[in-house]
Write a protein that binds this ligand. Structure first.
Ligand code: SF4
Length: 291
């Protein structure tokens, strides 16, 4: 398989073949995101992709799951994307599920019928980075999308019966808007009703444009306990009907895996115990945190 640069995938795609169909991210402006800043966005040619699929079909006929990278592979025009997916299905007879990253703008470029067509051809998971429900924060981080458009995009995915997995980002609003970020994120999660939610904690490596804002004193990251408070608000104030909620990403201070609403009270109890103890040894040590 030929990969250009570092390739990122969601933790839940650990067992999938990662097929790089785009390079970088079509948006690439989010100031907290270091992922693709060194890559110029392009869609790989079908010949390049075909070569990788052919290679996989020789060595891994048993493959059941494929994840299409990079950052925003759903931006690929419908016919080209179908061509890739159809070829995957033809070459990998045991393929059951295809996952893909898609930002809200890319989702909205597809009609419900087009999304349903992708679903019919086994594209069954879309991963969408929401980060925050707070409009001011979305603007500040250059997310390039509004609350309303993200809800519309998410509804379209759900209407096509494609599973929707979203990420939210603890700390992304800084200390200044920490509480409102958490409350508005709880609100957007309620409006969207995702199948899966991953809460990650903001880490700011030097490659992220936000890094220089921290250096200049223009952005302050909340403390670990303030971040935990954000997590508490998101769980307490959202009203989720049937969702798996994870905060067990390597960046988080307190791992939680909860089926909501069933585990809401037990999750809040755990967070409250840690918050009221004020005991930092109950949190993941810094040296174990990573992106
Ligand atoms: S967060 Fe997502 S949309 Fe924003 S730059 Fe990074 S990959 Fe692109």
């Amino acid at each position: 398989m030929k990969y250009e640069g570092v390739v990122i995938r969601p933790p839940s795609e650990a067992d999938s073949l990662i097929l790089q169909v785009t390079v970088g991210c079509s948006h690439n402006k989010c100031i907290f995101c270091p992922a693709y800043k060194a890559k110029r966005f392009r869609i790989k040619s079908f010949d390049e992709i075909k070569e990788d699929i052919d290679e996989a079909s020789i060595h891994a006929q048993h493959l059941r799951r494929v994840f299409l990278a990079d950052g925003d592979a759903l931006i690929i025009p419908q016919q080209r994307l179908l061509e890739i997916i159809n070829y995957l299905n033809a070459k990998l007879p045991k393929l059951r599920r295809i996952g893909i990253y898609g930002n809200a703008k890319s989702i909205l470029k597809k009609s419900i019928e087009q999304l349903k067509e992708l679903k019919k051809n086994k594209l069954s998971f879309i991963y969408l980075g929401i980060e925050s429900g707070d409009e001011v924060t979305l603007k500040n981080i250059h997310k390039g999308i509004t609350y309303e458009k993200m809800v519309e995009a998410a509804q379209r995915v759900k209407e096509a019966s494609i599973k929707l997995s979203v990420t939210v980002l603890l700390g992304v609003a800084g200390t200044e808007r920490s509480t409102i970020h958490a409350k508005e994120t709880a609100r957007i999660l309620t409006d969207i009703q995702p199948d899966y939610i991953g809460a990650l904690t903001l880490m700011i490596p030097p490659e992220a444009p936000l890094y220089s804002m921290v250096e200049e004193g223009k952005f302050e990251l909340p403390s670990p306990f303030e971040l935990l408070q954000e997590l508490r608000i998101m769980i307490a104030e959202s009203d989720l009907h049937n969702c798996l909620f994870f905060s067990n990403h390597a960046s988080n201070y307190l791992p939680i895996k909860a089926r909501l609403p069933r585990d809401k009270n037990s999750s809040l109890k755990l967070i409250d115990e840690v918050l009221s103890s004020g005991d930092e040894t109950l949190l993941k040590p810094e040296y174990l945190r990573a992106l």
